[in-house]
Design a protein around this ligand. Structure first.
Ligand SMILES: Nc1ncnc2c1ncn2[C@@H]1O[C@H](COP(=O)(O)OP(=O)(O)OP(=O)(O)O)[C@@H](O)[C@H]1O
Ligand SMILES: [Mg+2]
Length: 503
């Protein structure tokens, strides 16, 4: 163990110790001086002792040599490894193109340890005054650069990172990114040494600038598009306003046209009975004057009185009939312009109410062989305008009798009523003669009738249309083909219409 750790001198001392131990054993040989055999034996003993000593020395020497060789080999290997890693490091530095620097703060000097960047500073690792370093920094970036360093020096930050432009030897500027840290501080904690790495990020900055330009361009484009869109929207809004205005005007003018047509129709319809009435009354007036003249002159005969009475009776009958006709027309016109505020609104049970309507129609139906079947779901309660429903059903039934069953003995009318999706749906069918396309298309027009001069005013379906669409806020559809009867589908909301559209 002693030999393992000692120096070479110590090792020799150890070997002599072994010899010293062997010699006393040689000296202790009983009967050496006896005879020659004994002396031979003694000689052999000496020789063998010496041989043992020599062998021991050889073994120790060999072992020490081996140790020395092993140490040398390890040292060589370590040196080789160091050299390789240094090579790797310098290769890495070279390929990275980064520059390594140090700052000696007390002496305000800068050292370029690995001066890779072609910046306008001496290209050696000797001290360069920091003032000279500051001069090569772009004036616009100097403040950023100084504040990054001073933060580190004052201990406000552990590491610094600065992006700045630095002048190149070849002219122009290079964008550099520096990372640095304090590597040594004095006892008071003041920074003494700093070291760091600087990297050329010009390409990155160019890309960033290009990206920024693209972004700005994009923003401008988006702004432009947004502006265009806003203008287009504004334009659209104005167009829409114009359209609404035009639509309003159209509706107004349509209303006016409809009103004009209605007035013309009213005038035309009333004209006939009134004209007949006027003619009859002027005839009566003339006859009366003539009779009075005869009476005054004393020339009146019995036959004159008889003829006057006959004319008076005929005229008054004509006048009355035509006045009644005019009265009927005026009532119909009033119905056209039905004002829902005067309409009674109340809660009804629809099935019961339809039965009541049917009962009220019996006097008309009883005289015929036509039948009306009503199929209404029980329990439909609704708050509505019963008068309107009455008028709708009556108009439909009267039309079936007057038009559909004109040439038919026994017609069938089926009225189905159901509540569906919050609506009341009335399905009205008759199996009468039906109507052609022209009649079907014009059926809701005011004064459209195929029975002009035969009691038809052409207002029944128009009144129905107004009641359903305006008062009941619903819709009506008519389907029919000649010979196939008619089919009306009327739909209106079950819920009461709070503010009905004025008609
Ligand atoms: N059930 C029906 N079958 C066949 N034609 C019909 C039927 N209902 C209506 N029409 C046609 O529609 C026209 C218009 O009907 P509308 O009720 O408006 O007028 P009208 O019955 O002729 O006159 P009124 O004003 O007296 O009701 C009718 O003249 C008739 O030609
Ligand atoms: Mg009618």
């Amino acid at each position: 163990m002693l030999m393992c750790r000692g120096t070479s001198a110590a090792r020799w001392t150890a070997a002599s110790g072994i010899l010293a131990c062997a010699l006393p054993w040689l000296a202790y040989s009983p009967g050496v001086q006896a005879d020659s055999l004994m002396s031979q034996l003694l000689a052999w003993k000496v020789i063998s002792s010496l041989a043992i000593c020599v062998l021991a020395l050889v073994l120790i020497g060999g072992w020490m040599l081996r140790r020395r060789l092993a140490t040398t080999a390890a040292k060589l290997e370590a040196a080789e490894r160091l050299r390789t890693s240094e090579e790797h490091l310098s290769l890495a530095l070279e390929s990275s193109g980064d520059e390594i620097w140090e700052v000696d703060l007390p002496n305000s000097s800068f050292r370029r340890i690995v001066p890779h960047l072609g910046i306008a500073l001496p290209n050696h690792d000797g001290p360069i005054p920091t003032s000279q370093v500051l001069e090569v920094i772009h004036p616009a970036d100097r403040e950023t650069f100084i504040s990054a360093f001073s933060g580190l020096v004052k201990g406000q930050s552990q590491r610094m990172k600065a992006r700045y432009r630095v002048a190149l030897k070849a002219g122009g500027w290079l964008w550099a990114l520096s990372y640095g840290k304090v590597t040594e501080r004095d006892a008071q904690g003041r920074a003494v040494w700093m070291s760091g790495v600087s990297r050329d990020i010009s390409e990155l900055m160019e890309q960033e600038e290009a990206l920024q330009r693209v972004n700005i361009d994009l923003e401008h484009r988006v702004e432009g598009r947004t502006r265009d869109l806003r203008l287009a929207n504004e334009h659209l809004r104005r167009t829409l306003d114009d359209l609404r205005q035009a639509q309003k005007q159209l509706v107004e003018s349509e209303k006016m046209a409809a009103l004009g047509a209605l007035v013309a129709g009213v005038a035309h319809e009333i004209n006939t009975p009134l004209g007949i009435g006027v003619t009859a009354s002027s005839h009566l007036q003339g006859e009366t004057r003539r009779l009075l003249g005869l009476l005054a002159s004393g020339e009146m005969k019995r036959s004159d009185l008889d003829s006057y009475l006959a004319a008076a009776s005929e005229s008054s009958e004509l006048i009355l009939r035509n006045l009644r006709r005019a009265d009927h027309l005026v009532k119909s016109f009033k119905q056209v312009a039905v004002d829902q505020s005067t309409e009674d609104r109340r809660r009804i049970d629809l099935a019961n109410y339809l039965d009541e309507i049917l009962t009220s129609l019996q006097p008309r139906l009883r005289k015929t062989r036509h039948r009306v079947e009503i199929d209404c779901a029980e329990g439909i309660q609704l708050e509505t305008y019963p008068g309107a429903i009455y008028q709708v059903v009556t108009n439909l039934v009267m039309n079936s009798l007057a038009h559909g069953f004109e040439h038919q003995e026994a017609g069938l009318i089926r009225i189905g009523v159901r509540a569906q999706d919050g609506d009341i749906v009335v399905d009205y069918r008759d199996d009468g003669c039906g109507m052609d396309d022209e009649v079907r298309r014009r059926i809701f027009e005011p004064f459209f009738t195929t029975k002009r001069g035969q009691g038809g005013s052409g207002l029944g379906m128009h009144i129905l249309f107004n009641l359903v669409t305006r008062l009941l806020a619903g819709s009506v559809r008519c389907e029919s083909t000649p010979g196939q009867g008619v089919h009306f589908v009327i739909r209106f909301p079950l819920e009461p219409v709070v503010a009905p559209v004025p008609v």
